[in-house]
Ligand binder design. Sequence first.
Ligand code: EPU
Length: 426
Amino acid sequence: MEEVIKIKGNKLLKGAVDISGSKNLCVALLPAALLAQDIVTIHNIPPISDVYNLIDILEVLNARVIYKDDVLIIDSSNIKYSDLTIETMHKLRASYYFYSVMLGLFKKLKTYGIGGCRLGSRPIDLHLKAFEILGVIINSNDDTYEFDGAKMHKARIVFEKSSVGATINTLLLATQIKGKTIIENAAQEPEITELIKYLKQMGADIYQSESTIVIDGGKKMHGTEFTNIPDRIEAGTYALIGAAVGDKLKIRNIVIEHIQSLLDIFDVLEVNYRIEKNNLIVSKSKIKKGIVILTSPYPGFPTDLQQPLTTFLSVNKGTSVIIESIYDNRFAHIKELNRMGANIQTTNMNIIIHGVEELNGTVVSGKDLRGAASLVLAGLMAKGETIVSGLEYINRGYENMIKKLKKLHAKIELSLLNIEENEDEK
Ligand code: EPU
């Protein structure tokens, strides 16, 4: 038996939804807190499974963690070295931020590799290359890395590709290496800018100008108090839910600028929305034309919203194309959408969405975080009943999605499904 999400769709949603703290920022804030070797208090931390896994790793390293409501207090005054050859490292991708933090603090680390959603090939070669340029000696076999940082030194690193993770890992390590390290072609996502703000509050000396980051490392760091930003991908997901099935759906506590690329698309598609300070109010809008979109690094349209946007564009009068330029296989949702009556093809990195009149409920299977969320959106749009599996993926990145949707009057609930029955139907 598997816990699944049961949705009776085609119902207007109304009311207000509060957006939680950013997943992709907080997964860096937690490991980075160790650099203070002091008390760090972080507000607006969402209770998602990635956070609980990171807390487990912090505790292995002898940090004391208190997590109450959305406030996380990490006391790392008595942090101790430990190998990270533990299963938890496999449970999320961002566990690799412990690589740089541990190397910075202890000049060595033996660790397992990482986990994360399967979206095609997701190498960490850029991280490892940057570590090597900073003087780290890396030995790896199978799934274990041994990092030796005894001879680390400042350096200039020019990334051949914009990478959020590699930028953060290099930045974190550089704060612990004496002298000026320069990162060029650094990622510019809001999560990076906020992480820099946090590290500066902790005593680091960092300067960021567009895609260049200069770190004058080796400064003594200390505790701080910081507030996580709202999650721009959760905000965008609910904005698309509003555009598909909203009746003046209010999305509260967001940074409008962070979802500007989505609002630009809304403007082209004539989606009915308005902005009120930090809130976005969106209503169901009939989409009568196609659009061509390229996913790209910030401030471009984020790959993390490609899947919900694909669902949204599937009911439309026109044909749309989304070019997925970041991941080579973030397409697992498409087969499932087609089983609901959508008409979507993929060729190489292109998703070609021929709009249909409506989607029809059936049993579908979520295979990754945003893909599973995009199937929930499909279920909300569809006629009849949709059953979505993959709840464990949703819980990795969306705080209480079912509860939040229920509050918006969605007919949605958790239910138990016999998996074999589910497989037979496919
Ligand atoms: N890449 C490499 N080598 C590397 C690192 C990245 O080739 O060493 C490639 C990736 O395969 C991809 C591109 O560079 O084609 C960009 O990847 P990036 O490193 O920016 O992604 P990431 O840091 O692994 C973060 C988010 C992802 C989000 C991307 C892009 C976290 C924990 N994850 O991943 O979030 O898709 O940036 O914005 O911050 C999600 O939230 O659903 C999610 C997958």
